[in-house]
Design a protein around this ligand. Sequence first.
Ligand code: PAP
Length: 350
Amino acid sequence: MAPGDREVEENKMIVPENLEEMLSTLPKEKSWGAGGCFYKYQGFWYSSVWLLGTIWAQQCFKARETDFLLASSPKSGTTWMKALMIAIVNRKHHGSLSSSSHPLLIKNPHNCVPFLEVRDQEHMIGSNPITYLDSLPAASPRLLSTHIPYSSLPKSVLAGRIVYIARNPKDVFVSFWKFSEQFASKNNQKPQESPSISMEEAFELFCNGVSTNGPFWDHVLGYWKASTERPDEVLFVKYEDMKRDTMHHVKKLAEFMGHPFSSEEEREGVLQEVIELCSFENLSNLEVNKNGTFQVHVASQTGQNQLQVDNSAFFRRGEVGDSKNHLTPEMLERLDKITQEKLGTFGLEL
Ligand code: PAP
């Protein structure tokens, strides 16, 4: 019987009994943007929530051949890509893209394309976030997403197709910094959970590789190398290229996903409709994204809880180069230099 066609048994791996003990063995750093601390696991930094989710995914996630996985370092354009993937795959099912039942008009893209490693409250089954993914019907391909670095992905994922979106680190840093301010106030983090940290201090940590799922450059490089080794299975896209020539890149994405736009669809304006539906202007003005909330289920030894963030926090400016308005010329130059040093030799510019 195919997975997803049967009643799903809850995955056995729950919160490791020795979670605190396990965390205490890992290298630790002051966190910014996530509350608590960052822990270094398999060469990358995580908050405890994302780390636990990553371990869950590594232990329990079973990929299917038809899965599409969107991977990204946080704040690189995940929300936009999720919207595009849904709009591309669903464009024939919903008659008109503007039909009031279209998922993107009633849900935030993060509620439509689930993460491997964290679950929104609505889709939590039992106490393991992976159980919900197993329950999805086998008949249609699953659209999934992750911030897990390539080298730490659950092994079964490596046989499937992956789209990676990368963005220049200057805008990523600013985007995350602004998001973290919102996140901290929404979750009323107590001072000891959210150490007050200046932007300059957070910048220093980011430059030293300490950020959610960082080092940022190692994250990008893992997927970049995979895309050069397995171009048919791993598509590498840059946020800035998507902004510059959206039509070209959306067509390429649709082809990669096995849902190319026909010339008839192009003539009838379907491609343009998909782009407009997923545009920053359209999505950020929808009621659900203006006033809705995204709630992440959090399991811990002290009970189950949730973290939340306003959907509007996923839509700030949506522009290339906003970092110039927030970072000094020296900071911008420093990030450019690190990027050149880390990625230049691999022929990658961000
Ligand atoms: P996540 O990692 O929390 O999912 P992610 O979606 O990757 O966040 O990144 C958010 C950034 O994408 C925001 O950038 P900014 O802070 O510089 O503004 C957000 O505005 C931008 N964004 C969201 N939706 C779109 C869209 N439809 N088009 C272009 N940019 C978008």
